[in-house]
Ligand binder design. Structure first.
Ligand code: C2E
Ligand code: MG
Ligand code: MG
Length: 783
């Protein structure tokens, strides 16, 4: 559509191209200027380092000079000659020194009062302006020193020392001052070492490697801009090259400014980058201009093509293609959004994408801060660990998007109820923490936990569902339950675990003896891995009975675990752990095989042929090869498929409907029937229910429990029966314990019963006895 218009209207094309290209050039320009600025800053920093090195290289010269000076000044004969005024002797030795030591340019000797005893110089006249007064002043205070002085011939290092005996015991008889001019060779040596241009400008106009001379005004200016170490920096660009310089002010021996020492560097690598950047931007612009020219003259269509690619690429991005599939020119465009991205990234690392609440990392940081403050001000901190009850059911049966919406609503209510009393964050899944940083009294925490529990009393409306959820909360307190963030969160989690274990929809404070319960859980977890190999698992069988005829029509295999330490463990305690750890697959396969083998044996032994029902958990059912596993086990055990039934819970079956329908059809094809277990506890969509090729519905025992006295439960059971029959399913009631319950179920035309009323789950041997006895119609075995 856009292309059509472009072909018709050339002006639109031009405008579009310009609009597309301008940001590109802007990005190029932006990168160019930021690179240059960065490089300038780096250059300045480097120059400061280099000038410090150069300064210390220079100082080395002064130090060397000083060591020559001091070794002379300890010469005993010299000391005696000055004391006695033996000038010829001094002169000979001074002259000798001057000619044999290359760095020396002049030597002056004075007596103790400062009168010149001897004066020797390589170039006549240079010592006449020496600032003797300052030298002597300093020698009053210091035995020896070195420093720079300004002479008519230029800057010179002087080193001065009192003339004393070698061990310093005899009194000094005078002073020696050795001088050395700063020479171009020295500067060249330092320049090549540092790869920088350096120079000194003194007030007398003396410069090294420089074309500039220094004025009083310049000197003042440099001093004004210098940092604490006396260095000032600047940088500029000329012909694509960045020059960075550092300048330090030079002080003379009486601490008066006498000139500047400067260093200038070029930023070599940066030059290339900048050149390339500039060339790139310029050539991009040039290419575009050429393209435009091309377009305007004759080859409109050929330009249209790249443009079309460009557009296609953008469309690809929009439709979710990966970056690598998109031309780099388009990707370049994205750079501008980079900053926004960084911003978002920061947000991502501290906030939860779904609910916008702070995340685990934020919570941890906040808690650590709160603990620090609490330690100082001696107040308490509360950590509330909240988890929604049975959230997984909602996710499994209504889908993750419903689950996500629910979490958002929960987050909103939590935020409102907590207000400024704490910080709520989402740790992940349906887990939240609330940190109350300033607690003075435990009642504040209890009130908060109650208020939070209360926000779940009203339903959450998500899509078209009216959802009721509850929450369980574990609470730990600083300092009682731990003094680190980790310990407090862990203990709040332990308390939460207990809150869940003892009925949910409540809050629970941590107490130190809770951990033993967890130890049991860990024991179960580690023991479970060995349970199959150690033959610790066994099956019990619970009959299913026709309500009308009282005949056993099948049985449900229920697994038990004889734990070597903890005794018999019911499945509710280890199946969830097996699911969490993935052990459910080998365990489930063992149950399936054992139940099939047992049923086959009974049939071989001549007992009436019955259907054995095996529970299949969600994780097994979602395993890719569940159908293959069932097929293989039937083959291996020799049991006919029609004598096997799988029980799948309502939430499992409502999960991933398309796949479920496929799996159920495959099971039906091989002749295995399926029933929906615990019906009524999940969220079934009736429209899906009719898609499933299943044989029966099992009314959950929670509705059967009070069916004879609770009209609500009766209504639910009734509607399940009606619904089941309408869809041609057989309806089973589980957990039937009482005659009264049976009466109601019979009246409502429920087909089959299972429960203690008839028999609790029993071992294989007991089950045989049950069949033998039962066929005589005799309820028993309510163990
Ligand atoms: P379910 O499939 O709903 O099994 C029925 C449960 O109700 C059994 O508990 C049974 O002992 C109990 N029950 C039977 N009659 C009565 C009654 O009259 N009153 C009461 N109060 N309860 C009754 P059990 O054996 O503890 O199993 C609990 C759950 O563990 C099962 O619920 C099932 O979901 C799961 N389970 C058991 N065996 C296996 C297995 O081999 N594999 C898998 N994946 N899950 C299993
Ligand atoms: Mg079952
Ligand atoms: Mg059940």
């Amino acid at each position: 559509m856009l292309m059509g218009k472009l072909r018709l209207n050339y002006q639109v094309f031009l405008i579009t191209v310009t609009v597309l290209i301008l940001p590109l050039i802007a990005i190029g320009y932006y990168f160019y200027t930021t690179t240059v600025n960065n490089m300038k800053e780096i250059g300045k920093e480097r120059s400061v380092i280099s000038i410090s090195i150069a300064q210390s290289l220079l100082d080395n010269i002064g130090e060397n000079l000083l060591s020559i000076t001091t070794s002379n000044s300890h010469w005993e004969e010299y000391r005696i000659a000055i004391g006695t005024g033996d000038i010829p002797w001094i002169k000979v030795n001074v002259d000798e020194n001057l000619s044999s030591v290359p760095v020396l340019d002049f030597i002056v000797t004075t007596d103790r009062e400062g009168n010149i005893v001897s004066q020797a110089e390589k170039e006549p006249g240079v010592t006449s302006k020496l600032a003797f007064k300052e030298v002597l002043n300093r020698l009053e205070k210091e035995e020896q020193f070195f420093g720079l002085v300004d002479t008519s011939r230029g800057l010179a290092f002087i080193a001065a020392s009192k003339v004393t005996s070698e061990d310093g015991t005899a009194p000094s008889t005078g002073n020696v001052i050795f001088g050395s001019f700063l020479k171009d060779e020295t500067f060249q040596y330092i320049q090549s070492t540092l790869q920088a241009r350096i120079g000194i400008m003194s007030q007398h106009g003396q410069t090294f490697s420089s074309h500039e001379s220094i004025t009083e005004e310049k000197l003042q200016n440099y001093m004004l801009h210098a940092d604490s170490s006396g260095i000032s920096t600047s940088s500029y660009t000329k012909n694509e090259t960045i020059y960075a310089s550092a300048v330090s002010v030079i002080m003379d021996i009486s601490d008066q400014p006498i000139g500047i020492f400067y260093l200038e560097q070029t930023m070599q690598t940066s030059t290339n980058i900048i050149k390339n950047l500039k060339i790139m931007t310029l050539s991009a612009t040039a290419i575009i201009l050429i393209l435009l020219l091309f377009q305007t003259t004759m080859l409109q269509r050929r330009v249209m093509l790249p443009l079309k690619h460009f557009r296609t690429a953008i469309e690809q991005v929009a439709s979710g293609s990966s970056i690598s599939e998109i031309p780099s020119s388009v990707v370049a465009h994205a750079e501008q959004s980079m900053l926004t991205l960084f911003d978002q990234l920061h947000k991502l690392s501290y906030y939860d994408y779904l609910t916008d609440l702070p995340n685990r990392r934020y919570a941890n940081k906040f808690l650590q801060g709160a603990l620090k403050e609490a330690a100082e001000h001696r107040h308490k901190v509360a950590v509330l660990y909240l988890d929604l009850d049975r959230f997984k059911n909602i996710n499994d049966s209504l889908g993750h998007s419903t689950g996500d919406e629910l979490l958002k609503l929960v987050a909103g209510r939590l935020k409102a109820v907590i207000a400024d009393k704490g910080v709520v964050s989402r740790l992940g899944g349906d887990e939240f923490t609330i940190v109350m940083p300033k607690v003075h009294d435990l009642s504040e925490v209890s009130r908060m936990a109650e208020n939070i529990t209360a926000i779940f009393r009203e339903s959450f409306i998500v899509q078209d569902y009216d959802l009721f959820v509850t929450s369980s909360i574990g609470v730990s307190m600083y300092p009682e339950d731990g003094d680190t963030a980790d310990a407090l969160v862990m203990n709040a989690d332990v308390a939460l675990y207990l809150a869940k274990d003892t009925g949910r929809n409540k809050y629970q404070y941590y107490s130190s003896n809770m951990n033993s319960g967890l130890v049991d859980k860990l024991k179960i977890e580690s023991g479970l891995r060995k349970a199959i190999d150690n033959n610790e698992l066994y099956l019990t069988y619970q009959p299913k009975v026709n309500i009308e005829t009282n005949e056993i029509v099948g049985m449900e295999a229920l697994v038990r675990w004889m734990h070597p330490e903890l005794g018999v463990i019911p499945p509710n305690e280890f199946i969830p752990i097996a699911e969490e750890t993935g052990l459910i697959n080998p365990i489930g396969e063992w149950v399936l095989r054992t139940a099939c083998v047992q049923n086959y044996l009974w049939q071989q032994q001549g007992y009436p042929k019955l259907k054995v029902a095996v529970n299949v958990s969600v994780r097994q059912f979602q395993h890719d090869d569940i159908v293959e596993v069932v097929k293989r086990i039937l083959e291996e055990t020799g049991l006919e498929a029609k004598w096997l039934e799988l029980e799948i819970t309502e939430s499992t079956i409502m999960n991933y409907v398309d796949e479920t329908v496929r799996t159920l059809n495959e099971l039906k094809a091989i002749g295995v029937s399926v029933s929906i277990d615990d019906f009524g506890t999940g969220y079934s969509s009736l429209s899906y229910l009719k898609l499933f090729p299943i044989k029966s519905l099992k009314i959950d025992r929670s509705f059967v429990k009070e069916i004879h006295k609770n009209p609500g439960d009766l209504a639910i059971a009734k509607s399940v029966i009606t619904l089941g029959h309408a869809l041609n399913f057989e309806v089973v009631a589980e957990g039937v314990e009482l005659e009264e319950q049976l009466e109601v179920l019979r009246r409502e035309r429920c087909d089959i019963l299972q429960g203690y009323y008839y028999s609790s789950p029993v071992t294989a041997d007991q089950f045989v006895r049950l069949i033998d006895g039962k066929q005589k119609g005799n309820p028993s075995n309510k163990s």
